[in-house]
Design a protein around this ligand. Structure first.
Ligand code: B12
Length: 216
């Protein structure tokens, strides 16, 4: 039964129907489904399909944008439930998270932020297309335990490396663990640029964050 609902959820993203996407997300929550399952088994499958169709030249930018809008509508409904699902009031640590300069892909980063909050981290989401200087200023001012850098484009991945370099130049590198992620990134890239951590998805990101800080 829920498999059918997950398939319908994925389809709303492929069809770019934001109202249906939000409505089905509410239905899923009302039916008692786990918000993380709703995301992974439903909507993420849809947005991945949109990406594949775009890569194959079967979808064009308008479909990509509509799919993203539908995805955002679903994530907006799920976010409070994702954040509440941890139910922990203790703080495991703090994180500043954002998508690097030149890159406006924010859905994955927002999900990572929600999952970290749910796990008990205090998260400052600085948004997308974030200038290197802004990340450096945030680290200087808020002294987070973790800096999470997301990149979805091969052309913006170098800004993850440049942000790490800028932290070194500012004398701030030692005080913060840097984690990177985003679909085109890999563990090998993380190692190459001297990041402390890497994760393929939001659940793994939480585990890696815990591991890096030795908490939970
Ligand atoms: C939605 C989308 C968009 C939306 C973004 C809307 C938004 N507000 O976010 C819009 C329409 C704006 C867009 C624009 C473009 N896009 Co686009 N887009 C996508 C798409 C379909 C899905 C991305 C997504 O949201 N995935 C769902 C989330 C849940 O997954 P995720 O982002 O990977 O995040 C997960 C993990 O990676 C990880 N994670 C993410 N960040 C972090 C950070 C840390 C620290 C950690 C630990 C983990 C982590 O956890 C997340 C949750 O599990 C992808 C295809 C794809 N399969 O990735 C293309 C894709 C990324 N886009 C692509 C392209 C080319 C573009 C454009 C250049 C198109 C154009 N011609 O204008 C522009 C670029 C705009 C810009 N300057 O940024 C290409 C990139 C190709 C490449 N090699 O670089 C892709 C791969 C599509 C394709 N197959 O060709 N896009």
């Amino acid at each position: 039964m829920s498999d059918e609902l997950y398939a319908k959820m994925a389809q709303t993203i492929i069809d770019g129907e934001d109202e249906d996407a939000a409505r089905l997300a509410r239905e899923g929550l009302d039916a008692g489904l786990d918000p993380a399952d709703i995301l992974d088994k439903g909507y993420v499958k849809g947005i991945e399909e949109v990406g594949d169709l775009f890569a194959k030249g079967e979808f064009f930018l308008p479909e990509l944008v509509q799919g993203a809008e539908a995805m955002k509508a679903a994530v907006a409904v799920l976010e409070p439930a994702l954040e509440a699902s941890g139910g922990e009031s203790r703080s495991l640590g703090s994180a500043v998270a954002g998508t690097v300069a030149g890159d406006i892909h924010e859905i994955g980063k927002t999900i990572v932020c929600s999952m970290l909050s749910a796990a008990g981290f205090k998260v400052i989401d600085v948004g997308c297309d974030v200038a290197i200087e802004t990340f450096v200023a945030q680290v200087r001012e808020t002294k987070p335990d973790l800096l999470m850098l997301s990149a979805l484009l091969t052309t913006t991945m170098p800004n993850q490396a440049k942000t790490i370099e800028a932290l070194k130049e500012a004398g701030l590198r030692e005080g913060v663990k840097v984690m990177i992620g985003g679909a085109p990134t890999t563990r090998a890239w993380a190692d190459e640029i001297g990041a402390d951590g890497y994760a393929e998805d939001a659940i793994e990101a939480v585990n890696a964050a815990r591991g890096l800080l030795g908490v939970g």
